[in-house]
Structures are given as structure tokens and as C-alpha cells.
Ligand binder design. Structure first.
Ligand code: NAP
Length: 317
């Protein structure tokens, strides 16, 4: 029996956007309006970090505030309206050595003339074995996702930035007491967020302390923390039913290591505008921005990246 040969073609795009947060979807809106029919690969955390927040009060145009997941969903709808395609999955391998660039989602291969990397950053963990053993059993990096499970119980938040304040304030809706543990005396959080947290009677504070152990992996539940003073090294136990990490983020650039210029922490090194060291590969949002990291700056960066991709393609005819 003879079989007809099946032609195998690798889909070729003008623009692929990696990431579907504010940066990725804004890039998709601009690229789609320029008739570039972008493909957006949503990533493991579709919608990005805004899907883990509640009220966004500082995104211009929403005087009453808007829920984070609602904001990114609207951006996605806007991009789809102009012809952007969204697909589930995460890029597992990339070959940026020549154009068209090659990407893989598992076994599936895609090719693209230009690439916009808007893969964002993911929550940082302490890195303790006991912490990792209890992820999903009382250890979490998302109060919005998991706070509800600790209704009527005492919980602890680690960190001294805006995220820690926001998570702690959110958790006061459920918990009997929220303790913020921070490794220094001074806080990185903005004054408005710090003042709000300080004014909340349910929040208590432990400064100059780090976590050395999370109890109790054997019980498959968080029962307490071992804390160590950063001043005199003394250790003590702190009873709590949950541990929420709010200690910053690490950029999602693993698949580009050895190909793109990254700094020591893995952030993309910008060559100005949205350009990376590889012509045709652009960056947008938290994957490069270690300074501002706001929804509005990520959206602005997505816009820049799409305009640069469009101009490059136009210049090349
Ligand atoms: P961040 O500002 O980088 O703060 C991270 C905090 O975690 C710092 O206080 C840091 O301590 C602490 N930390 C880092 N590694 C640690 C470790 N291994 N052990 C213990 N503590 C550790 O991160 P973020 O709070 O996620 O905020 C990121 C950006 O998003 C900021 O620009 C922030 O303004 C913005 N944001 C805004 C809002 C809002 O306006 N509603 C809400 C959330 C976030 P040190 O201070 O000692 O370094």
C-alpha cells in the first residue's frame, strides 16, 4: 500500500509575543492593529502578575480602580478584536541564532520573523527545603489565591515591599492576625502602602528577622516558623498557620540563557528602546525592567516593542 507524502510545514509568523500580561497584550494590540497577525504564547501564568492582584488603583483611566484579572482580560479582548491569536502553553526551547527565529512548545515548532519577549517575572522563594516541601500546604506566593483557606487563623507574610503590604492588608479580611516579618528595620514599601498597613490593627510586625525553617513538613501543614534575628543571631519559634512570600520576583528568561545578553540576575539587558542584542528580538515589561515594574510601564514597553518590530519588518520590506 502506498501512502501519499504529507507536507509538513512549520507555521511562520511575522510577530510572536511570549507572555500575556500587560506588556505582552499591549504589544499584541499594537502589532495586531498594524496587521501583523501576532501570535501570543500565554505562558504558564497566563495574564501575568496582575491576575494575582486585586484592586489596581493606579492604572490611568480607571478612577474607581479595576480588578487586576479584569484589566488583563480586557487587554486580551482588545488584542483579539484586531486579530491577535492567543494560545496556551509555554516556550520550552528557543533558537535565536538566525532568522526566522525558532521556538518550541514541547515538540511543536514555530518560526517567526520578529520576537517580543514579555515573559515577565515569577515569585521568588526563600529556597528552604522545608518551605518547598510545604508549597500548596500553607506556603504560598499568592495571598489572593490562597488567603481564603486560612480564614480564622493566624498567618505570616515575609517581605518589606509594596507586595508584602498589599498581601498583608488583603489577608486581614480572613486571618485573625497577620504578622509581617522583614529582614531589615527600614521598609522598601511606598509610604501610602506602609501607612495603610500600619493603621490596620490586625497587622503586627517583626523586623530584623529571617526565616530559617518552616514547620512542619511531616504534618503536611504549616504550624510555625523558626526565625533568626539579623541583629544578634538569636533564634525563636513563631506560631502561624500559613506563610505568604512577598520577597520579589525573578525574570523568566531561562530558555534564552546563552543566547541573549542577560544580567547577573537574569534580566534582559536592553540595547535601548525595546532592543535586545539580537536584531529582531525585542523586550517588553518586567523581563527587562527591574526598576519600575508597574502595569502602566509594562504596557508602555509592550507598545514600544511592537512599534519597533513593525518598523523593522517594514524596513525589510
Ligand atoms: P520589592 O520591592 O523588590 O520588595 C521585596 C522585599 O522582599 C524587600 O523588602 C526585600 O528586602 C525582601 N526580600 C527579598 N529577598 C528576600 C529574602 N531572601 N528573604 C527575606 N526578604 C527578602 O518587591 P515587591 O514588593 O514585589 O514590589 C515589586 C514592584 O511592584 C515595586 O516597584 C512595587 O512598588 C510594585 N508594587 C506596587 C503595588 C501597588 O502600588 N499597589 C503593589 C505591589 C507591588 P530588602 O528591602 O531588605 O531588600
Amino acid at each position: 500500500m502506498k501512502f501519499a507524502a504529507i507536507a509538513r510545514t512549520t507555521p511562520m509568523y511575522k510577530v510572536i509575543v511570549i507572555g500575556s500580561g500587560c506588556a505582552g497584550s499591549t504589544a499584541a494590540i499594537y502589532a495586531a492593529r498594524a496587521s501583523l497577525e501576532p501570535l501570543v504564547i500565554e505562558g504558564l501564568e497566563a495574564g501575568g502578575q496582575l491576575t494575582l492582584t486585586t484592586d489596581v488603583e493606579n492604572y490611568p483611566g480607571f478612577p474607581e480602580g479595576i480588578m487586576g484579572p479584569d484589566l488583563v482580560d480586557r487587554m486580551k479582548q482588545q488584542a483579539q478584536r484586531f486579530g491577535a491569536t492567543y494560545r496556551h502553553g509555554a516556550v520550552t526551547r528557543a533558537d535565536l541564532s538566525s532568522r526566522p527565529f525558532k521556538l518550541w512548545i514541547g515538540d511543536e515548532q514555530l518560526e517567526t520573523q520578529t520576537l517580543i519577549i514579555a515573559s515577565g517575572a515569577s515569585a521568588r522563594w526563600l529556597g528552604l527545603p522545608s518551605e518547598q516541601a510545604l508549597v500548596g500546604h500553607g506556603v504560598s506566593s499568592c495571598a489572593t489565591c490562597d488567603g481564603f483557606f486560612f480564614r480564622g487563623q493566624p498567618v505570616t507574610v515575609i517581605g518589606g515591599g509594596d507586595s508584602a503590604m498589599e498581601e498583608a492588608l488583603f489577608l486581614t479580611k480572613f486571618a485573625t492576625e497577620v504578622t509581617i516579618v522583614h529582614r531589615r528595620e527600614e521598609f522598601r514599601a511606598s509610604k501610602i502602602m506602609l501607612d495603610r498597613a500600619r493603621a490596620n490593627e490586625k497587622i503586627s510586625w517583626i523586623t530584623n528577622a529571617t526565616v530559617t525553617e518552616v514547620a512542619d513538613p511531616a504534618a503536611k501543614a504549616v504550624t510555625g516558623l523558626r526565625l533568626r534575628s539579623t541583629v544578634n543571631g538569636k533564634e525563636w519559634d513563631h506560631k502561624t498557620s500559613a506563610l505568604f512570600l512577598a520577597i520579589g520576583h525573578v525574570p523568566n528568561t531561562d530558555v534564552f540563557k546563552g543566547q541573549l545578553d542577560l544580567d547577573k540576575q537574569g534580566y534582559i539587558v536592553s540595547q535601548g528602546g525595546a532592543r535586545t542584542n539580537i536584531p529582531g528580538v525585542f523586550h517588553a515589561g518586567d523581563v527587562e525592567d527591574r526598576v519600575y515594574r508597574q502595569a502602566i510601564t509594562a504596557a508602555g514597553a509592550g507598545c514600544k516593542a511592537a512599534i519597533e518590530a513593525e518598523r523593522l519588518l517594514e524596513a525589510e520590506g
